[in-house]
Design a protein around this ligand. Structure first.
Ligand SMILES: *[C@@H]1O[C@H](CO)[C@@H](O)[C@H](O)[C@H]1NC(C)=O
Ligand SMILES: [Ca+2]
Ligand SMILES: [Ca+2]
Ligand SMILES: [Ca+2]
Ligand SMILES: [Ca+2]
Length: 326
């Protein structure tokens, strides 16, 4: 577990993505903005986050669909998927085959997401979307708000901050500087995680989120505050929080000045040689490989179907309960 939290997997999904999925007019002004710049952590608070694996293995949209299936049906479909993953049809899923599948899944998810939003923002399929068109569509409702309403903060984030953040990210994605985004530039804007040119702006967004007192650096409390908040102010901190504090000192704060600067945050969230798909494939094999030959048979995968696709037993119960309401 220590190794995994050392390479915290950071999936930065910008506010832009969440908002642009809804049309501006459907955002009620009296609700706090859905601020989803989150650090999707594989291990959060020392707990394994199963949803993270399901999203990596199926893509977020598919994973949601699987959550609605009975265990029998999700096993059946998983069997079909396993046959596809096993490219050379030798009955064994290798690390390389699983890694290819995860990359394919990820790419499919991004393509579908960009297609959907491109159509929604640009129904005539023009070559580009101008900033002003995007701004009106997503943030047009701000024009009717008072200054106070625009600045009102929820968890340190206001509508005007979200707008400023989108504007900055837009400018970086706009390679040819015409203030309009081509489909390719729009992809970098929506899914910066795969684009080397977007790394710095994503890093800035992450630091903005963590740096609550706005002194430009991350204190140990800001670092911990992102993962853990005590229910009561004087609750003793659990063991894993104490070891995260130690990790801050020994692994994160490389120059030992008590804070993380930009370079240190970069080293933490975007390690130079980190291969997301490979790391996830290794993890899935580790979870299911009963005979330790570092390959998976279909039986091994189906046996651990909950690791790959299954909703947790309790979640499934809740899904059933929701259906019963109708
Ligand atoms: C697409 O181009 C047409 C014609 O120039 C224009 O009227 C329309 O607003 C454009 N749509 C977008 C989303 O930019
Ligand atoms: Ca194979
Ligand atoms: Ca452009
Ligand atoms: Ca700070
Ligand atoms: Ca430091």
């Amino acid at each position: 577990m220590a190794t995994y939290s050392a390479v915290v997997l950071v999936v930065v999904v910008a506010a832009a993505v969440a908002i642009s999925s809804t049309s501006a007019s459907s955002i009620p002004a009296d609700l706090p903005p859905e601020h989803t710049v989150f650090h999707g952590k594989h291990f959060e608070g020392g707990e394994h986050n199963a949803q993270f694996d399901h999203d990596a293995f199926l893509g977020a949209d598919e994973a949601k669909k699987f959550d609605e299936l009975t265990p029998e049906e999700s096993k059946r479909r998983l069997g079909v998927i396993v046959d596809r993953i096993d490219e050379d049809k030798d009955g064994l899923v290798t690390l390389a085959e699983l890694k290819n599948w995860i990359q394919y899944t990820q790419k499919r998810y991004i393509d579908e997401d960009v297609n959907r939003l491109w159509r929604q923002h640009n129904p005539e399929n023009n070559k580009t979307i101008p900033w002003e068109v995007y701004r009106k569509l997503i943030y047009g409702f701000l024009d009717d708000l008072t200054k106070e309403e625009r600045e009102a903060e929820d968890n340190g984030i206001s509508y005007s901050k979200m707008l400023a953040r989108d504007r900055r990210r837009w400018a970086v994605a706009d390679q040819d500087l015409d203030d309009s985004l081509t489909r390719e530039e729009f992809t970098a804007f929506l899914h910066p995680e795969d684009h080397p040119t977007m790394k710095d702006v994503v890093l800035k967004e992450t630091i903005d989120d963590l740096d609550k007192d706005k002194d430009g650096k991350i204190s140990v409390d800001e670092y911990i505050g992102d993962m853990y908040r005590p229910a009561e102010l004087d609750d003793p901190e659990p063991e894993w929080v104490l070891s995260e504090r130690e990790a801050f000192v020994t692994h994160r704060d490389l120059d030992n000045d008590g804070y993380l600067n930009e370079a240190e945050v970069r080293q933490w969230i975007v390690p130079q040689d980190f291969d997301h798909a490979e790391s996830e494939a290794k993890h899935l094999i580790f979870e299911a490989d009963m005979d330790h030959d570092e390959q998976l048979t279909k039986a091994e995968i189906l046996d651990k179907y909950d690791v790959f696709v299954g909703s947790q037993a309790t979640d499934f119960g809740e899904a059933l309960a929701r259906h019963d309401e109708f």
